[in-house]
Design a binder for this molecule. Structure first.
Ligand SMILES: [Zn+2]
Length: 157
């Protein structure tokens, strides 16, 4: 759980290069309490936003992904790298993000980043506690942010 006091705190979670293109989620109020993570899709559907905290940190990290338009020809089934659910190309697709002005990286993810709901669902049905799987989810999010983009987690103060 983490708290965002103002819209500036939310924007401040993102990398400076990303801050000028942010479309805020609709209907949010501050201070905002976030359980696990916050994800929203731009009204155009072109970008997906993610704000989360690395395990052991309470400093939010923001990422912006671009959605590749689903390849219309061959419907294929893919697997999400973070929650491991299968889906058609309209559910699970390649999301890309800028490393710098010259390079982008892509990762196969649930296009709406609703990994949490899917994991909670699976945990419920198998009688497991969702906390554990959600911690793993945040670890995978952080591993991507760290390894692909070089983002460092700030240890909890
Ligand atoms: Zn997923």
């Amino acid at each position: 759980m983490f708290r965002l006091e103002t819209d500036r705190a939310l924007i401040g979670a993102f990398r400076p290069r990303d801050r000028r293109v942010i479309e805020m989620p609709s209907g949010i109020r501050f201070p905002l309490f976030v359980r696990d993570y916050l994800a929203w899709t731009e009204t155009s559907g072109a970008r997906v936003y993610l704000v989360f905290t690395a395990p052991g940190s309470n400093t939010p990290i923001g990422l912006i992904f671009r959605r590749d338009s689903p390849d219309s020809g061959t419907p294929s089934s893919r697997i999400c790298d973070w929650c491991h659910s299968y889906g058609s190309s309209s559910d699970v697709g390649l999301l890309t993000t800028d490393v710098n002005s010259k390079r982008r990286v892509g990762v196969s993810l649930c296009v709406d980043l609703r990994c949490k709901e899917k994991l909670e669902d699976v945990a419920d049905r198998s009688g497991r506690h969702p906390r554990e799987v959600l911690e793993q989810l945040k670890e995978r999010m952080y591993r991507f942010a760290h390894e692909a983009l070089g983002i460092e987690a700030q240890p909890a103060a």
